[in-house]
Design a protein around this ligand. Structure first.
Ligand code: AHG
Ligand code: MN
Ligand code: MN
Ligand code: MN
Length: 337
């Protein structure tokens, strides 16, 4: 029987039951809470102009970015939906400097989560797609007040990763280490339903995504690679390339999952952000898990992103991800030096 149309909750429970010896556990409950939070965020994002929550706030986050009002509101929605059912021991958010502990009077669970409540928030006021990204880790046994060290786990330790895109349709993309599946929010019934089972990234592509205004900061391997894409058949390549840059990682990764592509936010030596822009724990790591599970590759150019053990909650890493043959070509240029 086709699994198309299955609700996200039903899908997760069945996926857990299908693994020999494992029953359903708190993960399905946690994912149901995340889905509820994302539905609320989708609603708020779509009504932001009507209810007056567009535009910038007066505060900055720990990365020195001026927060949009919706960065703050969506962070609160995530925290409120996730802290009360006893599935989590603590949370990390792009918008909050320190670990978010579960209030003392509430039950603690066995998972940790790191999230970007609103990705691509510079796109809010120009009505382009934004999203939410999350990464679920195991909390070390017996820990009820997690510390920095408890969160410092490599991407390979993730139990689950996912993201939502609030675009023409609202979608949730999910992996628990058994492939990647895409769910569309059916607003008539208020549920995410399976519409894109077993998403795979084509190995080859003729489309690249990079913010070319940063070109002067890139290292030679990335400079050479992008230059050869631009030159196409008039240079070293056997094909011509097209370029896209949405400035919402969720949209870029969704595009890569759908029709292939290579996405780069590389090292930027001599810039104010030498490690690139994207944050390891709630952007690079979960997206790398999803990309690898869909048959793609994700690297800094020098190292597999999933292998990096964080040293800081908000640390930044270079990201080069997408179609296998193109990402491996860029890695090859880094190896040549
Ligand atoms: P966020 O809105 O969560 O801070 O993340 C924005 C990120 C990412 O979504 C996107 O790929 C990148 O910033 C865009 O950066 P530029 O504005 O430098 O192009
Ligand atoms: Mn931000
Ligand atoms: Mn982001
Ligand atoms: Mn964000």
């Amino acid at each position: 029987m086709s699994s198309i149309g299955k609700s996200i909750n039903q899908f997760i429970i069945e996926q857990q039951l299908s693994h020999a010896g494992s029953g359903t556990d708190d993960l399905s409950g946690l994912l149901a809470d995340i889905a509820s939070a994302c539905k609320k965020i989708a609603h708020l994002v779509s009504r932001s102009a009507i209810i007056g929550i567009g535009g910038a706030s007066e505060s900055e986050n720990v990365q020195g970015e001026v927060q949009k009002k919706l960065d703050i509101i969506t962070n609160d929605v995530m925290v409120e939906h996730l802290n009360c059912h006893g599935y989590l021991a603590a949370m990390v958010s792009e918008e909050i400097e320190d670990i978010i502990q579960i209030p003392e009077q509430l039950p603690k669970g066995k998972y940790l989560i790191a999230f970007d409540p609103l990705d691509g928030s510079s796109n809010i006021d120009i009505n382009l797609s934004v999203g939410t990204i999350f990464s679920i880790l195991r909390c070390p046994q017996g820990v009820t007040q997690p510390t920095l060290e408890d969160f410092m786990q490599a991407g390979t330790e993730q139990v689950c990763a996912g993201f939502c895109v609030y675009g023409p349709t609202t979608m949730m993309i999910l992996t628990t280490g058994d492939g990647v599946n895409g769910f569309t929010l059916d607003r008539d019934i208020g549920e995410f339903v399976l519409t894109h089972p077993k998403m795979t990234i084509p190995e080859d592509t003729a489309e690249f995504a990079v913010n070319i205004s940063n070109q002067r900061f890139w290292e030679t391997p990335v400079k050479s690679y992008i230059e050869e894409c631009i030159q196409g058949i008039d240079g070293e390549r056997e094909k011509n390339f097209n370029m896209r840059w949405v400035a919402s990682m969720v949209s870029e990764v969704y595009r890569v999952l759908t029709r292939g592509g290579i996405f780069l936010y590389p090292l930027e030596t001599k810039s104010t952000s030498p490690n690139g822009k994207l944050r390891l724990m709630y952007e690079a790591s979960p997206m790398s898990f999803i990309v690898e599970q869909a048959g793609g590759v994700s690297s800094t150019g020098y190292q597999r992103i999933m292998d990096i053990k964080p040293t800081d909650l908000h640390q930044r890493v270079p990201v080069i991800l997408g179609s296998k043959n193109e990402v491996e070509r860029v890695i090859g240029y880094h190896e040549e030096g």
